[in-house]
Design a protein around this ligand. Structure first.
Ligand SMILES: *Cc1c(COP(=O)(O)O)cnc(C)c1O
Length: 371
């Protein structure tokens, strides 16, 4: 055969994608580890959501019938809870799907998609997938630098992603900063405010994203049921934007993108303030405890980035590297997230677990640094 033989090749921008690396739950030998690598809720799922999920699963046609393609009841429940227009709520197969839809609807080859360095790993994949150029703005000691972000805007910028609070850094941009970003963006760029951890915030920390999305034509706020609501397995996210943006996203979303049991569980989760409040309080308490424990290890070069989320980003800048601590923690039975692929090889991201897990993790880190 000659060179003329056609070869099956992915598009070059697809070949350029480094696949998303999920948080691990087992060691290299398959041994199960205490999983503090994926920011899941250590308290599990609320009883109301579990009951609603089980009720759907018990129905005779639970598996044979398609789910509601419009997630009508779930959108109504979300709208009622947050004072939104249900027609402008869109549900997704996790907020991950919605983040991809934003890029798919508003950017393509030759366009730029902008986010801060150390932003959520999905943004780069979403940009490359549609052939757009991912652009990273400089951070300010791991936090969003509004001036640097706005300085990176060009006439090709079509989508700007901001995770707020951010993953993997845990940092929060203030309401004023978010407003300043929006004010500085051109009207033909979509500002995506990814609020996956919003439910962990106190009311005074609200970044104003939903208020912007209520009134501005180019703001899309995304939320998820995966984190505080403890429904990560069912893949349920939602977003809010102007009718025009929502209509564009509906054109390209998967028709049956949220499962039936997931929709029911999510509706019930919205009615379980007790579980959400307990989860937030547990997290605040043990996040503060763990941060204080680790800050006392400053003589080992340990530094904790202030977090508004259910995890801490911890820098290891002393004799014992983050990589060494990561492996020693695995030997001790804990899996956290080491982030060389995201350009932070000196850091570990650790989810706030149960009390026992958090105390055990702190002791294991101490031991790892000692020897
Ligand atoms: C976890 C996470 C998501 C994705 O959540 P799903 O709804 O499970 O897809 C989105 N953005 C950020 C910043 C996250 O940390």
């Amino acid at each position: 055969m000659t060179d003329a033989t056609p070869t099956l090749m992915p598009k070059p921008w697809i070949s350029g994608i480094a696949p998303y690396v999920p948080g691990k739950s087992a060691g290299a030998d398959g041994r199960p580890l205490i999983k503090l690598s994926a920011n899941e809720n250590p308290l599990g799922t609320g009883d109301k959501a579990r009951a609603a999920f089980a009720a759907v699963q018990a129905a005779p046609d639970a598996l044979s019938r398609y789910p509601d393609p419009g997630s009508v009841a779930l959108r109504a429940a979300i709208a009622a809870k947050y004072g939104l227009d249900p027609d402008r709520v869109i549900c997704g197969n996790g907020s991950d799907e919605l983040l991809h839809l934003a890029a798919g609807a508003y950017a393509g080859a030759g366009d730029e998609i902008l986010y801060v360095r150390y932003g959520f790993a999905v943004y780069e994949i979403a940009a490359r997938r549609v052939g757009a150029v991912p652009v990273e703005a400089d951070d300010r000691d791991f936090a969003t630098d509004v001036d640097a972000l706005l300085a990176a805007v060009t006439d090709k910028t079509r989508v700007v992603y901001l995770a707020n609070p951010n993953n993997p850094t845990g940092t929060l941009a203030t309401r004023d900063e978010v407003a300043r970003i929006h004010a500085g963006l051109p009207r033909d760029a979509l500002f995506v405010i990814d609020q996956a951890y919003a439910e962990y915030l106190t009311p005074d920390q609200d970044d104003g994203g939903l208020d912007l999305a209520r009134t501005q034509p180019n703001v899309f706020v995304t939320r998820t049921f995966s984190k505080i609501h403890g429904l990560a397995a069912e893949r349920i996210g939602w977003g809010y934007a102007s009718s025009d943006v929502i209509a564009a996203l509906h054109r390209i979303r998967l028709p049956f993108n949220v499962t039936r049991a997931g929709q029911a569980a999510a509706v019930a989760a919205l009615g379980d303030d007790d579980f959400v409040n307990r989860s937030r309080e547990h997290n605040a308490r043990w996040r503060a405890w763990l941060a204080q424990e680790l800050e006392s290890l400053g003589n080992h070069g340990v530094r904790v980035i202030p977090s508004a989320t259910n995890f801490l980003l911890v820098l290891f800048e002393g004799q014992v590297s983050a990589e060494t601590v990561y492996h020693r923690l695995m030997d001790a039975g804990y899996i956290v997230r080491w982030l060389p692929g995201q350009g932070i090889p000196q850091a570990l991201r650790m989810t706030i677990g149960t009390e026992d897990e958090t105390r055990g993790l702190a002791a294991a880190i101490r031991a790892a640094l000692a020897g």
